[in-house]
Design a protein around this ligand. Structure first.
Ligand SMILES: Cc1ncc(COP(=O)(O)O)c(C=O)c1O
Length: 358
């Protein structure tokens, strides 16, 4: 059976599969911080009302300066987007009729945003780690390479030295590197490539505010790169592309150091507990560094059955049928609150007991 593509918006999945949506549904296909937005968002909510009656700043202030400060960068090197998704869509135009490298399995938006621009895509499947030799063979002929770090859906964090090697090689061969750090907040800022950007004008680091701060509905992301790429990309983006509530909340989010540390340690605890549970049932677990993880059943032939059975119980996992290189044999699970993770483990245990002979 082929399962429909999805990621968040669980009700669509039930609709397409003609399944009755249970009253209690937990969407583990979504990867945002389960602790919810920082407390100040609720506390200051009424103060945001005034922002609705004015046009927002066209460059995304106050968030633009806050993001530049946070990364010790210049505002000229930062562009604000209506989510990282808008940044990818805007960057894709740069590569019209050119050649791009995608390393699978990875986030589907890279291919989706390139599709309207007749970009030739060289697809490379990574088995374990980044296939450096294969990448070096291709970079010479490509205009851009996309790297997701940590990778969605595997959670794999490629070593920073390898990214520096790729960026160096790409610079020599006039290839741009789009480095998606949407989930890096869950690791450590010292892992970011941003401090190296001054040596690599060919690298564009894309960041999202959605994941760590649990604000996907607000839409806020940004990119840091050379001034010329910022100017060229911004000139093709819509005026007032980011809204005033998002940029005001986003600027304050960046000051939430304690909140971030709490989220990092919470995600780690949930991930470790869930990995231990999966390994006890002989599942194969990929080593993730962020707030989701990928696993395979000990009997991958039962993957669809397992997925549908959990859906019926209100647990929505992310299947991987449309992720090249994973081909439906793996599941991605976003870390949630303790009680929700407990509910998932309970339902999975029931399925395992009934379907896996010991
Ligand atoms: C790896 C990755 N990058 C970027 C995004 C887009 O983030 P945003 O919500 O900021 O558009 C996502 C969303 O799922 C993602 O998984």
């Amino acid at each position: 059976m082929s399962l429909p593509n999805h990621g968040a918006n669980a009700h669509h999945l039930y609709e397409i599969l003609h399944m009755k949506m249970p009253e209690k549904v937990i969407d583990f296909s979504e990867n945002v911080n389960p602790l919810g937005p920082p407390a100040f968002v609720k506390e200051r909510w009424e103060s945001y009302e005034d922002l609705i009656t004015k046009y927002p700043d066209p460059h995304g202030e106050p968030f633009l300066s806050a993001a530049a400060n946070y990364h010790n960068a210049h505002v000229k090197n930062v562009m604000v987007g209506n989510g990282a998704a808008e940044i990818f869509a805007s960057l894709a135009k740069r590569y019209e009729n050119k050649r791009a490298i995608l390393i699978h399995p990875t986030f589907s938006e890279y291919a989706t945003t390139l599709a309207p621009y007749h970009v030739y895509i060289k697809e490379i499947i990574a088995k374990q780690g980044l296939p450096l030799d294969e990448l070096f063979d291709e970079i010479e002929f490509a205009e851009v390479i996309y790297i997701c770090r940590p990778n969605n859906p595997t959670g794999y964090l490629a070593p920073l030295e390898e990214i520096i090697q790729i960026a160096t090689y790409a610079k020599r061969y006039k290839c741009e590197v789009i480095l998606d750090e949407a989930f890096l907040d869950f690791i450590d800022e010292r892992e970011s490539f941003i401090p190296y950007l001054n040596k690599f004008p060919n690298v564009i680091v894309v960041r999202s505010m959605t994941k760590m701060y649990a604000i996907p509905g607000l839409r806020l992301g940004y990119a840091i790169t050379s001034e010329s790429i910022v100017n060229e990309t911004r000139s093709k983006m819509p005026h007032w592309n980011s809204n005033a509530i998002a940029t005001t909340i986003g600027a304050a989010c960046l000051q939430e150091e304690e909140y971030r540390l709490r989220a990092i340690s919470y995600a780690k605890e949930m991930r470790e507990q869930f990995s231990t549970f999966l390994e006890k049932w002989n599942c194969v677990v990929l080593p993730s560094r962020t707030n989701f993880l990928c696993f395979q059943l000990p009997v991958p032939t039962k993957s669809s059955e397992f997925f549908l059975s959990l859906l019926a119980k209100g647990c929505v996992l992310r299947h991987t049928e449309n992720f090249k290189g994973l081909d439906g044999k793996w599941f991605r699970v976003g870390m949630k609150e303790k009680s929700q993770m407990g509910y998932l483990r309970k339902e999975m245990t029931a399925w395992f007991e009934g379907n896996l002979s010991s």
